[in-house]
Design a protein around this ligand. Sequence first.
Ligand code: ADP
Ligand code: MG
Length: 693
Amino acid sequence: MRPDNLNPLFAEITTLPGVGPRLAKLFERLAGPRVIDLCWHLPSGLIDRRYRPSLAEAVPGRIATVKVRVMAHQAPHSPKGPWKVLCTDGTRDIDLVYFRANQDWLRKLLPDGAWCVVSGKLESYNDRLQMNRPDHVVPVDEAESLPAVESVYPLTTGLVARVVQKAVQAAVARAPALPEWHDASILKARKWPDWRSALEAAHHPETEADLLPEMPPRQRLAYDELLANQLALALIRLKQKRAAGRSQKGDGHLVEAALQALPFPLTASQRTAFAEIAADMAEPHRMLRLLQGDVGSGKTVVALLAMLTAVEAGQQAALMAPTEILARQHFNTIAPLATAAGIGIELLTGRDKGAARKRALERLADGRALLAIGTHALFQDDVLFRDLGLAVIDEQHRFGVHQRLQLAAKGKGVDVLVTTATPIPRTLVLTAYGDMEVSRLTEKPAGRQPVDTRTLPLERLSEVVGAVGRAIEQGAKVYWVCPLVEESEAVDLADAEARYGALTERFPGRVALVHGRMKGPEKDRAMKAFAEGPADILVATTVIEVGVDVPAATVMVIEQAERFGLAQLHQLRGRIGRGGGRSTCLLLYRPPLGETAHERLKILRESDDGFRIAEEDLRLRGAGDLLGTQQSGLPRFRLADLAEHADLLPMARDHARLILERDPDLQGDRGAALRTLLYLFERDAAVRYLRSG
Ligand code: ADP
Ligand code: MG
């Protein structure tokens, strides 16, 4: 349970003074729905009001706070002209300028003859000093109430600076003092204040330098966030280790047979990766390993060999894919090999029901089936294994940490292998998986030719259709991808259907359509028609993105390519160029193309290297977004900036490990403080892994 003292932070923002339901919506868009979200909304700038010159020495262009006496009010000369309040400080005059002003309000605010303190930007106009609608006007005896420095926050449409400032500061005021979770020595070495002071200080920068990520208060907050992340991951890992692993050693006979049956030799990378995995499985601890490799690098085969190793060791293995289509594809590849070797194999997807499902469940439970391929359906409660030894999770970025655990929980000491084509940099692997071992496939199978990639404006559609016609006459298979963007799913679908209609008219009987709204069997029929004939063209929304493998496909047309992300385009393009033949990818765009879109498409034309493309993508979109991409499954940080705080991440990892070595269940005072840290950053689930959580 979350400690009570944190509750005010997790209250809705409507509990803040002046934030009603209407503003709450805007704040939610800006930062989030709760008080704590505003606490994490740090200032991006500041306004320094400490410049207090006499008017004679005041420099136009600067923000200044000046003490002045009101001499006269001057009504506008023309209907659109400004109301002016003429003032002086005895050294020089200044005009306070108000467009569309309310007279009565102004006369009350700045009474004739009164001394006031005003603060705002100084300007010079026709040799006169002026201030356009000062930010602050107060009577002299209230001068103390003027902020010396004001924080400037990122805004969103509909929210003005003052409102955000007030709400954020009210939120920060709710922050309680919390017990210290860091060692005194680290606080001293890094000059970190306690948590509450750090939060306060981060929200009240005194100088521009205070806004830098390396300043102690900001650094501490970032470190707290990273530590919570690493501690949560370390707890999950510890829990997995506690459920003791076991050694799975194969004798190699199934692996050997599979290698014989494959129509190609393994690449050097595949051999190395498999050797690493087999060695890890043979160890008595639990394996938690990531198999990373660009699209088309051949991860499936490696995963299959690992699964066969588990079977050789007398255990079962399961492979979980993110989509039905993929699960079926894997099943279709693996089943013949398994059957030839006399190994029972079952397919389990959301679609399999009734008697067939019942039979599959029985065969997994009593061990007649040793391999299971499926989707999320694999971790439903009624799916039991006789003895699950290895769980492979394909294209992991679509699953969360907890789903991984759910599958691993179906056996004792299950080894886990996760495959991904996302070229996640090392640092991000750490944030997403903690200390996970990584095997990398660094090369593509021999004989692959780079895909010839071209960009064309949509006007040249008829040429493209002509070229597609010639290609299929020569036996090519063609993917034709239409974008599917959530906001307008219906419209996009209509696009795909219209394209399907038009192409069918031109090439009757040779076109299939597949999209996410179709029922499973319909999808299968379309995929099958494309993979095995009679369809030569597959019109698809992005459901084909992940992992589909039709080696005969050599042409891909992507419509409105400018609407896709770079990484996504790379993944899509990875569907072709798999066989030996020359492949072509045509990126159709709707002009005019913006500068960034232009650059992105250019990168794709020039490069076929997933890592380089990911890096460029990161550069073009800014660091935040790679993390932010919805599907990436990577954590999103509010306070830590992985580019700026890169050195803090390994430190947090080591620190987390040390903490759990000393106190694996977070007992005692320090332990309690660390639990508070986990709750503060909403790692509640991790706390549950503690024995006395
Ligand atoms: P991904 O890494 O994208 O999941 P796949 O495992 O789907 O890649 O493999 C892509 C294609 O390459 C498949 O058709 C597969 O049969 C083939 N392949 C895998 N390994 C090799 C190899 N060593 N030599 C030739 N082709 C291979
Ligand atoms: Mg794959």
